[in-house]
Design a protein around this ligand. Structure first.
Ligand code: ARG
Length: 576
């Protein structure tokens, strides 16, 4: 496996340069696969080794000098240079055998348990994502937060961290005052039970409109909220009813998306705790009253309120940011995490900067463990019902469009559960479309583009996975030690193996930047390489030795494809 080869190379280099071999091993990189000609497998950039003692020679010369002192052995079959790096080629048959055996031994943890991650695992990570607001729209931003947060949580967990997944529901505030005041007039218990999210949203919209014209409704909404805040049991039980039904419904839709949460502590959970935060700020002399009676925290360096955050309304109640401060302090205590990651759209960038600043001002030296992962806007996502209001509609739309495509191409007939398959492919399409670019960039969503079966789409990944899986029907389990390496010497196999060798580096890159696009690009290339190999290597018309070796190869490719897809949040399909 990649790390084994890195170590062998590093030992020799370390001996020649008089450096610790561990450090050298961390500087060795795999080489991206070249379409036209065979590339070396590993590369060591002289710059990564630090500054030379003799600064009169340049890095290119250093690479040549180093290469001249290294020798080929039973592992390294060729040593060369490419600009300021030394390149290494591994003995071909050894490469093939080692990579394939490693994948079949490691299965779904292949590439995730290497020394590359030694500093990045064994930590405790809290990821907060999705966080919709009950009775309000579940817009595309919440969908993005859900799939991105799920990916980050999967990734952190995969390399050996303990991960806590939190959904910080918007389950408090004036919308509940309005619902409480208007439910008896506009709501129906029957409809609520049948479709809670939709019904609450409808009631909310109606009361909201009514309250704009009718002062009494507005007043009774405020009154209901006051009763809620005051702990009135009747008000609270209605609120709880709305909340419970909504969470049940959310959980169903998250399940379709392959996402789940350990904790649904939303804003309501922090209503009392945010009063404590206000007290704490006050007793530390950090809460300043304005002329309007609101409470602010000075965030400026100069102490002149040139930048500040409002944390208290004039009636003494807390705000969104106050509840976030309370939640942050509570989570620090409850989980004593190493890192806390918030996933929201970029419009909340400023909010989180203020939050982290307040934590610092409160003397929390763990403030640097908090991180915000912002993402851009999705434009033009529409469903049959129009603008996106419910997550469910997006998933239904993806499924029905995919079913239609499958019916048109005649593939759905042979499937046991076409609807389930269509759903998994449709969701893969949504995820890939979303993860292709930089998270921070806005993008335009297009159903037809996302659902294309060729090109860099989720459909293509699913298609490739299903095709590789269908080969398994030909597979008869045999000892994996006796693979006929001679049937695996084609350039398309070598290129695929080289690509498989890179998997851990790609995961590392994703972890470093918390960006899924490296993995998406990687899996697309793996899919293309696999398809080329599938066309070039015969299984059925080959000798049983060759067939066995090739099926073993394809199954290993499929395993890595599958494990990468799962990290992205995709459920790979076996037939389509
Ligand atoms: N409910 C919020 C919204 O829909 C997102 C919550 C983000 N997380 C947080 N800790 N503030 O905009």
């Amino acid at each position: 496996m990649a790390w084994h080869f890195r170590r062998v190379i590093a030992e020799q280099v370390a001996r020649v340069l008089g450096l610790p071999s561990e450090r050298v091993a961390h500087c060795i990189r795999t080489v991206p696969v070249h379409r036209k000609h065979e590339s070396p497998d590993f590369q060591l950039f002289m710059t990564s080794l630090g500054d030379p003692i003799d600064t009169s020679i340049n890095h290119e010369e250093r690479a040549q000098q180093l290469a001249g002192k290294l020798v080929c052995d039973s592992v390294i079959s060729d040593i060369g240079t490419a600009r300021a790096s030394v390149t290494f080629k591994i003995n071909r048959d050894l490469l093939t055998r080692t990579v394939l055996q490693q994948i079949s031994k490691d299965g779904s943890i292949y590439g995730l348990n290497t020394e590359l991650f030694s500093g990045l695992s064994g930590r405790k990570t809290v990821v907060e994502y999705s966080s919709p607001n009950i009775a309000k729209k579940f817009h595309v931003g919440h969908l993005r937060s859900t799939i991105i947060g799920n990916f980050i949580a999967n990734l952190k967990q995969a390399v050996g961290n303990e991960v806590i997944r939190i959904n910080y529901l918007g389950d408090w505030g004036l919308q509940f005052g309005l619902l409480g005041a208007g439910f008896s007039k506009f709501g129906s218990e029957e409809e609520l039970v049948v479709n809670p999210l939709q019904h609450l949203f409808e009631v909310y919209v109606k009361v909201n409109t009514a309250a704009e014209e009718d002062k009494d409704i507005k007043l009774s909404a405020q009154e209901f909220l006051r009763r809620l805040e005051g702990g009135d049991p009747h008000a609270l039980s209605l609120w709880m009813h709305f909340r419970d039904l909504s969470i049940q419904e959310y959980a169903k839709v998250y399940k379709r998306l392959g996402a789940h949460f350990d904790d649904y502590s939303g804003e309501s959970f922090y209503k009392e705790k945010s009063q404590e935060v206000l007290k704490q700020l006050e007793s530390n002399g950090l809460l300043q009253k304005t002329d309007k009676g609101t409470g602010v925290v000075d965030l400026s360096e100069e102490g002149n309120l040139s930048s500040y955050s409002t944390v208290m309304r004039s009636d003494g109640t807390s705000l969104y940011i106050t509840r976030d401060v309370a939640a942050a302090l509570d989570r620090l205590e409850r989980y004593s995490f190493d890192e806390m990651i918030y996933v929201t759209d970029k419009s909340q960038k400023n909010h989180f900067q203020q939050l982290f600043k307040i934590l610092k001002i409160l003397g929390k030296d763990q403030a640097d463990r908090f991180q915000h992962v912002p993402f851009g806007l999705v434009k033009g996502m529409k469903t049959r019902r129009g603008e996106v209001v419910f997550l469910e509609d997006v998933l239904d739309e993806a499924r029905s469009r995919m079913l239609q495509n499958m019916a048109a191409s005649g593939t759905s007939k042979q499937l046991e559960d076409p609807s389930d398959t269509a759903e998994k492919i449709g969701i893969a399409a949504l995820i890939v479309q979303d993860f292709k670019g930089q998270l921070l960039s806005d993008y335009h969503f297009d159903w037809d583009q996302a659902l294309q079966s060729t090109g860099d789409t989720g459909v293509f990944l699913q298609y490739t996975h299903a095709r590789l899986h269908s080969l398994q029907a030909l597979w008869c389990s045999r000892d994996t030690d006796d693979i006929d390496i001679a049937s695996l010497r084609e350039p398309c196999v070598i290129a695929t193996l080289q690509h498989l060798l890179r998997y851990d580096e790609v995961i590392y890159k994703c972890l470093e930047d918390l960006q899924p696009r490296y993995l998406v690009t990687y899996l697309m290339s793996l899919g293309h390489l696999a398809n080329v190999a599938h066309r070039a290597l015969h299984v059925k018309r080959s000798s049983s030795e060759a067939a066995h070796a090739r099926l073993f190869f394809f199954n290993n490719v499929r395993m890595v494809l599958s494990s990468g897809m799962k990290l992205l949040g995709i459920s790979p399909v076996n037939n389509m």
